[in-house]
Design a protein around this ligand. Structure first.
Ligand code: ASP
Length: 328
């Protein structure tokens, strides 16, 4: 049997991080070139042929439209190429959930696409990147990993893009999955799925846009006034995501300003600044009357990604935006 061929798209991050000292805190994400990183992995004897393509060498705090376009184009090419069996994207952990979710919304699912990162730089003592990468190879090489959407491998867990969330700034066990738990447990030698694939026949759910509109996240805080809403509309925001208190709440003056925006045709999505939980419609805020959308299980960062994709595709009416937030 020939070894699976995996396209490895490098973007930088801590998995390719280089520090001045193996025990110090400071390091530079993306300090290591992809080829050098894969050179370090050669000793692992991975049962796959890796085809490297460096897209960027950045900390993922700088990830944005140009890199997303390049990643989407490279994945589209790999999905159409019969010689490629799966794709791995090495990525910083800060925004891995946003990149993964954008690709999940806009790519079909007939080959595995797996993001992988690390919490310790490649040359730090106890670095986790090699293990995580070996796990990602296991998932990306495995035909039955198809039809599950874009996935994120961190530690020995495989998380769905829609559910994955960075929940800790520095511990190795930094990611959580909500509302579903992990899709699978993976080790370099084993892979156990916890459920069947859920996107069989899965075409892309939304076309990949030509450009992304400006959509802001506004975090609610006690005692704030409505001026940040006015300011964000003033710089041309085409959509707003409220990272609200609790069930997506905010002071009455902020809710009133957001309702004015919604009435003027700017989609407003109520999400929560709370770590975990579902924001439902019409709980303490009358979404029906005010024209708001409830983010359901999506946190602010992913709600912004989905809202940008929807607006770019001409979907701005509250009912249609809500339907997209309700869907799978
Ligand atoms: N700031 C880094 C990044 O997102 C953190 C990491 O990779 O873990 O690129």
């Amino acid at each position: 049997m020939t070894a699976p061929r995996i396209l490895v798209l490098g973007t930088g991050g801590t998995i390719a991080g280089a520090g001045a000292s193996a025990t110090g805190a400071a390091y530079r994400p993306g300090g290591l070139a992809l080829e050098a990183m894969l050179g370090n992995l050669a000793a692992l004897g991975l049962a796959a042929e890796l085809v490297p393509q460096e897209v960027a060498r950045i900390g993922s705090q700088d990830m944005g439209w140009p890199q997303w376009q390049a990643l989407h184009a490279a994945c589209t090419g790999a999905l159409a190429d019969p010689a490629i069996d799966g794709v791995i994207i090495t990525h910083g952990t800060d925004t891995a959930e946003e990149t993964a979710f954008l690709l999940d919304l806009t790519l079909p699912t007939h080959k595995p696409i797996v993001l992988v990162g690390a919490m310790r730089a490649a040359d730090a003592v106890g670095a986790d990147g090699m293990r995580n990468f070996a796990n990602a190879v296991k998932v990306a090489s495995y035909g039955r990993a198809s039809w599950r959407g874009v996935m994120l491998v961190m530690g020995d867990a495989v998380l769905a893009a829609r559910d994955a969330r960075k929940a800790a700034t520095s511990s190795i066990d930094a990611f959580r999955s909500f509302p579903r738990g992990p899709l699978a447990r993976v080790t370099p030698s084993g892979l156990d799925w916890f459920g069947p694939p859920h996107r069989l026949g899965g075409a892309a759910r939304h076309p990949f846009p030509d450009a992304l509109p400006r959509v802001a996240i506004l975090t609610a805080g006690a005692g704030m006034d409505e001026q940040p809403v006015t300011a964000l509309l003033g710089i041309g925001c085409k959509g707003m995501v409220l990272a609200g208190m609790g069930q997506g709440n905010a002071p009455a003056c902020v809710i009133a300003a957001l309702a004015e925006a919604a009435a003027a045709g700017v989609p407003v999505v109520r999400s929560t600044r709370v770590d975990e939980g579902i924001v439902d419609r019409n709980v303490e805020v009358d979404d029906d009357a005010l024209g708001f959308v409830a983010a359901r299980a999506l946190g602010p960062a992913k709600a912004r990604v989905l809202l940008m994709v929807l607006i770019a595709n001409g979907i701005t009416k509250p009912a249609a935006v809500q339907a997209a937030f309700d869907g799978g």
